[in-house]
Design a protein around this ligand. Sequence first.
Ligand SMILES: C[S@@+](CC[C@H](N)C(=O)[O-])C[C@H]1O[C@@H](n2cnc3c(N)ncnc32)[C@H](O)[C@@H]1O
Length: 279
Amino acid sequence: MHGLHARLPKTFDLEERLERYADVIEKNPESLRGHWAEACAPVGAAPFSRVCIDLGCGKGLFTCAMAKAHPDALFVAIDTEPICVVYAAGHIDETGLTNAVVVPGTGMKLDAYFAPAEVDAIYINFPTPFPRKRQAHLRVTNSERLMQYRNVLVKGGIVRLKTDSQPLYDFSLEQVEAAGYRFLWQTRDVQEAFPDDIPSEYERRLGAQGAKVLGFCITPGEAPEHFSPTEHGSLVDYLPEDLESLSYLPHGMESTIQNMINRKHKKGHHHWRNVPQEP
Ligand SMILES: C[S@@+](CC[C@H](N)C(=O)[O-])C[C@H]1O[C@@H](n2cnc3c(N)ncnc32)[C@H](O)[C@@H]1O
């Protein structure tokens, strides 16, 4: 998570915490491929009836709240950042939950971690937007990823996205079409549509800062006959023309948008100075 390193207490020992919470950290997710529901069930208990993923879990508060609310399901929290992994593991450990684990891994490889038809739901809350064109392959909602998620989802399984980023959302809508999913719902105001949803940490924080949360829930439809990955562009292409109309700057694109507005103003100013004086 951005900026977290700077706020780490001096005594924070990453390795020590990885060790301390080893019981709820699954370092070798490939070894559980096809067996998550049985392998993660408490000794002597029946296998979990569902496997759900919290992709890009951050500190794991959403994972824990969901796991508490749905004791029949196993929640697998995944994050690339070791610091997030230990925070999420710490929360699971403190809460005493037996139906949540953390994977230090990446959403790029879900089909290496999970077998076909093993996953019931993939929750994606406030994914890192990776706005630049050259980072587009890292967006967890691009069509290649959505095609990969199809491989691991059960029939009728879902992918649910929530984001504060209108550009990422509009980009993602196109990807959903390309990967042959069907919308179960889509809304540009999640809080209004689902006021009782369990919020993620970012949802709570950015919501309090005035973000409208955009979201959708999709399920695989007919697979595209000939899927060929298209080139993905910069998220700047998805911004509205009238930047000044934005009442909220999406997380991760604040400075880009501010620079664009400043440039436009400078240009406007330049133009204005060159307007011939009225006689
Ligand atoms: C903005 S945070 C959101 C955290 C949390 N989901 C929430 O809503 O509070 C995005 C998280 O996604 C993680 N992330 C980015 N790319 C990822 C990837 N390819 N696979 C898994 N996690 C990723 C980041 O490390 C970060 O913790």
